[in-house]
Write a protein that binds this ligand. Structure first.
Ligand code: HEC
Ligand code: HEC
Length: 333
């Protein structure tokens, strides 16, 4: 054939096909996609600090272990209130000649999904300690430590952000651990990661492949497991031995709140969080975030009142229900 003998014709034909197909299968769908998917109306833009933090998130390899995508399968329900949508990733623009905004959906979930980590773990103190060395707060953690995001200072100044690192994690170095600008940027980024609410009237796609719901109504006699609830929601700060972390999280072992008579205060702390003392960090509204039922709160209280040598009075879900309704009203005011 003539075409095969003329290299100019052959090459131009191949190039034409290549360009044509690229436009058809790559460029046109991409443009259509961008037109069809706008960021949700409630989506927040990243602050300048969070943008720097995002770059550090990439640079430190966090994306190798942490996804940012809630799949539409039931087992992903714990990572967000709805499955992620294309619109969640639609705010893509050129940041310079060579690069677009990174979406950081990730492919490996060695650690938890971070789509909604800003809501799930809003505590700055926890995040700082955890970044310095995850083992301080989560004993079994396999996440690497990031000590280069911190500096050790003999005499920190007033403006320094001091991190409460227990002495045995300092490897014999003397002084206080203070957070660098980079650590604060990274945390600003983590705290900005919140799943955007859908506009009113929009239904989210369903979670598929539902697992059988465990009966936790108490009517059948099966109350939820207080220890499991503690492990999943409280242990990362108050620790498995209930002793907390000096200077950051108070002990629940021997705690006057846990053992005292003021059940209203106790339930209020669980549902709405707590920030009463300067020596400790801030406790987020864990119960409200996790939508605890009175059965779960009662199981939790009973577990804490009977563990680590604590010996407090048991409560019933009925008692707790009244107080939850009351503290909800109080928090709404
Ligand atoms: C080798 C894998 C790995 C890498 C790399 C990694 N992580 Fe993790 N991460 C984990 C694991 C495993 C956990 C769960 C145990 C824990 O809390 O420490 C975790 C937990 C977390 C949590 C708490 C999540 C929750 O739901 O409580 C945050 C926040 C976090 N990582 C942030 C980061 C940041 C920021 C980086 C990068 C500076 C990073 N991780 C790098 C594995 C990793
Ligand atoms: C992100 C870390 C964090 C998590 C998670 C957390 N707490 Fe707390 N908690 C704190 C901090 C910090 C304080 C002290 C706040 C203050 O006094 O300023 C506190 C205080 C308390 C107190 C009062 C103790 C006392 O003696 O004053 C109780 C009770 C308590 N938490 C129970 C719980 C329970 C139950 C859970 C799980 C549902 C939980 N916490 C989860 C950080 C946390």
């Amino acid at each position: 054939m003539k075409l095969f003998d003329n290299h100019k014709k052959l090459f131009s034909t191949a190039t034409l096909f290549f360009v044509g197909l690229t436009i058809l299968v790559a460029i046109m769908p991409a443009i259509r996609n961008q037109d069809n998917n706008q960021p949700l109306p409630g989506a927040q833009e990243l602050s300048p600090e969070a943008v720097k933090g995002k770059a550090l998130f990439v640079a430190n390899g966090c994306v190798a272990c942490h996804t940012q995508q809630v799949r539409n399968v039931d087992m992903d329900k714990m990572w967000g209130s709805r499955p992620s949508l294309a619109a969640d990733y639609a705010d893509i623009h050129r940041i310079d000649v060579w690069r677009n905004t990174a979406t950081l959906m990730g492919t490996e979930r060695t650690g938890p999904d971070l789509t909604d980590i800003g809501n799930r773990q809003p505590s700055k103190d926890w995040n700082l300690v955890h970044l310095y060395n995850p083992r301080i707060v989560v004993k079994e953690s396999i996440m690497p430590a990031y000590p280069w995001l911190f500096a050790i200072k003999k005499e920190p100044s007033k403006s320094d952000i001091v991190v409460n690192v227990p002495a045995q994690y300092l490897n014999g170095q003397e002084g206080k651990v203070v957070a660098t600008k980079e650590a604060m940027y990274l945390i600003a980024y983590l705290q900005s990661l919140k799943q955007t609410k859908l506009p009113d009237g929009t239904t989210a796609p369903a979670f598929l492949y539902k697992r059988e719901e465990k009966k936790v109504t108490g009517a059948s006699g099966a109350e939820p497991d207080g220890k499991a609830i503690f492990t999943a929601n409280c242990q990362s700060c108050h620790q498995a031995n209930g002793e907390g972390l000096p200077g950051a999280f108070p002990p629940l072992k021997g705690s006057p709140v846990v053992l005292g008579d003021d059940l209203e205060k106790y339930v209020d702390i669980i549902m709405n969080g707590y920030d009463a003392r300067a020596e400790f960090g801030v406790m987020p509204p864990v119960g409200t975030n996790m939508q605890f039922t009175e059965h779960e709160v009662a199981a939790l209280i009973n577990y804490e009142r009977t563990s680590w040598g604590n010996n407090g009075k048991k409560v019933t879900p009925e008692e707790v229900k009244k107080i939850i309704d009351f503290v909800k009203l109080k928090a709404a005011k």
